[in-house]
Design a protein around this ligand. Structure first.
Ligand code: ADP
Ligand code: ADP
Length: 225
């Protein structure tokens, strides 16, 4: 679904990613770990075409990211749901409206999707908060709303950047089970996290590969994790 071959990226002079090769096969479950500042968010951005690699190749759903027109990239991104670290909500819109934004942006009839929207909010446990504004939510509620927004378009791939960064253990388990459930429905999942406890917990539920990002490249972590 997503394939990087010797991809490199630098912000100005600083090479953050040097030689990253990875393949996210359909239906696979991956973790991406590495110290803060290692480049996990940057790597995720390459995986959804938000940044273009300076060197090497990135293929998104079979197409070279460099060859995608703006429209083609927009189509690809409907199939890749992203849970951003900082959630990026519009604070004056309700949770329901925020979750529905990708529908509105892509020109779909939001009214016609009301039922789907309600079901999705129920699935992430946010029905009682459907009309709340983002600043009124707890960290765990925000993350679940961000997950709902990431999957509203029915993507094949879900990329989550530190989805459990600001939540307690119980809530991170809950978020993990939602992501595991999505994977069992056939979706490809990549979670960037430095939370090794979360990875251990996941390994009891799903067959997950752990990639470690360090020194600008990615290695498969051993089974000792
Ligand atoms: P991680 O997600 O692993 O913490 P990031 O990908 O966010 O790492 O950042 C990797 C490095 O790149 C950090 O040193 C960060 O400060 C730097 N960086 C990230 N975004 C930018 C940017 N837009 N401009 C310049 N430097 C950046
Ligand atoms: P993380 O490292 O966990 O991804 P950050 O707080 O470093 O989170 O980054 C948040 C945002 O700020 C990202 O969009 C990143 O690209 C940007 N950013 C990070 N470091 C820099 C930097 N040195 N210069 C400019 N933008 C940066």
């Amino acid at each position: 679904m997503i394939e990087l071959h010797k991809a490199g990226y630098s912000y100005g002079q600083d090479a953050i990613l040097r030689d990253v090769s990875l393949q996210l096969a359909p239906g696979s479950f991956h973790f991406l770990t590495g110290p803060s500042g290692a480049g996990k968010s940057t790597l995720l951005k390459l995986c959804y075409g938000d940044l273009l690699a300076n060197t090497g190749t990135v293929k998104l759903l079979g197409q070279d990211a460099r060859d995608l027109s703006r429209d083609a990239l927009a189509k690809v991104r409907q199939r890749i749901g992203v849970v951003h670290q900082d959630c990026q909500f519009l604070d004056h819109l309700s949770i329901t409206q925020n979750v529905a934004l990708p529908l509105a942006v892509s020109g779909r009839d939001v009214e016609a999707e009301a039922e789907n929207l309600a079901q999705l909010l129920a699935w992430v446990g946010l029905s009682p908060r459907a009309h709340a504004l983002p600043p009124e939510l707890s960290g765990g509620e925000r993350q679940r709303a961000a997950l709902a927004r990431a999957i509203i378009m029915g993507p094949d791939v879900i990329l989550a950047d530190e989805p459990t960064g600001n939540v307690d253990w119980e809530m991170s388990q809950r978020l993990l089970s939602l992501l595991v459930e999505l994977n069992k429905m056939g979706k490809t999942v990549l979670i960037a996290t430095h939370d090794l406890g979360l990875i251990r917990a996941a390994k009891a539920q799903v067959s997950a590969r752990v990639l470690r990002l360090a020194g600008g490249s990615v290695q498969l972590a051993g089974a000792d994790l």
